[in-house]
Design a protein around this ligand. Structure first.
Ligand code: KIV
Ligand code: NA
Length: 269
């Protein structure tokens, strides 16, 4: 196997082969997901909650994101790994954003970066493209907006809003975005965007028609206490971990652990 490239993803879209993507935050998990055929991964800023334990995705430090992005790539060198640019790594200044995106490509060993955008970020997308940094434009519901809106919002619920989303999508494509990611929208909105652009469109709760689909790994594993309706858990991962914890406690408490003396023997002298 060789590394998955943008060209491969475009080819899949042409061949109407959907690609399955998951978020991932560490090397070991990446290795196993890749063995399972998941060859597109997003090192999402959801790491702020899934790994660091914060309530939202505002708390995902840049250095931390760079470190775990590189970790995922080391675990799955042939996967297409997307680094998620965290809060304040791209909003304040466009040239600083380009440099931070560059760090995702070098230190983070990412294949692309993702930024949450609206019309006001079209210039940034152009600058990233100018720097040859493949950029995925995240539209629809943007979790980094939560402090302003107060709650998550379903995108594209009216014809007017769909029109606006399509207009934005086209602008982002023209500015050089290599892919779009639509989070939490109606299927109709995603359909309209897919019909309007020529780049791959990834959905995160955006209806059936997207070329690729992504959900948060911990939701899929059943390790979160709550999952969005578009990410029904495939397993009781949390409960499985709990059971393994219980078994270890039992084994140690019973006094049976290493009761034959353990694997290491004394040597002469
Ligand atoms: O950070 C993340 O996990 C994401 C996806 C859910 C799209 O941005
Ligand atoms: Na994100």
């Amino acid at each position: 196997p060789r590394p998955v490239t943008m060209r491969d993803l475009r080819r899949r879209v042409k061949a109407k082969e959907k690609f399955a993507m998951l978020t991932c935050y560490d090397a070991t998990t990446a290795r196993w997901l890749y063995r399972g055929g998941v060859d597109v991964m997003l090192v999402g800023d959801t790491a702020g909650s899934m790994v660091l334990g914060f309530e939202d995705t505002i708390h995902a430090p840049l250095q931390f994101m760079l470190t775990i992005t590189a970790a995922v790539k080391r675990g799955a060198p042939n996967a297409f790994v997307m680094g998620d640019m965290p809060f304040m790594s791209y909003q304040a200044d466009e040239w600083e954003a380009v440099k931070n995106a560059g760090r995702f490509m070098t230190e983070g060993m990412a294949d692309a970066v993702k930024v949450e955008v609206d019309e006001r970020f079209v210039g940034l997308i152009e600058k990233l493209d100018r720097a040859s940094i493949p950029v995925v434009a995240h539209i629809g519901w943007r979790p980094q907006r939560t402090p302003t809106t107060g709650v998550p919002i379903v995108a594209g619920r009216t014809q007017d809003k769909i029109k606006k989303m399509v207009k934005l999508a086209k602008k982002l494509e023209d500015a050089g975005a290599v892919m779009l990611l639509i989070e939490q929208s109606t299927a109709e909105a995603a359909r309209a965007v897919i019909d309007a652009v020529n780049i791959p469109v990834i959905g995160c709760g955006a209806g059936p028609d997207c070329h690729g689909h992504v959900v948060v790994l911990h939701d899929w594993l059943g390790m979160t206490d709550w999952q969005p309706s578009f990410a029904p858990p495939a397993a009781n991962g949390g409960k499985a971990l709990q059971d393994m914890g219980e078994r270890w406690v039992e084994l140690v408490k019973s006094g049976n652990y290493l009761k034959d003396g353990g694997p290491y023997e004394m040597k002469e002298g």
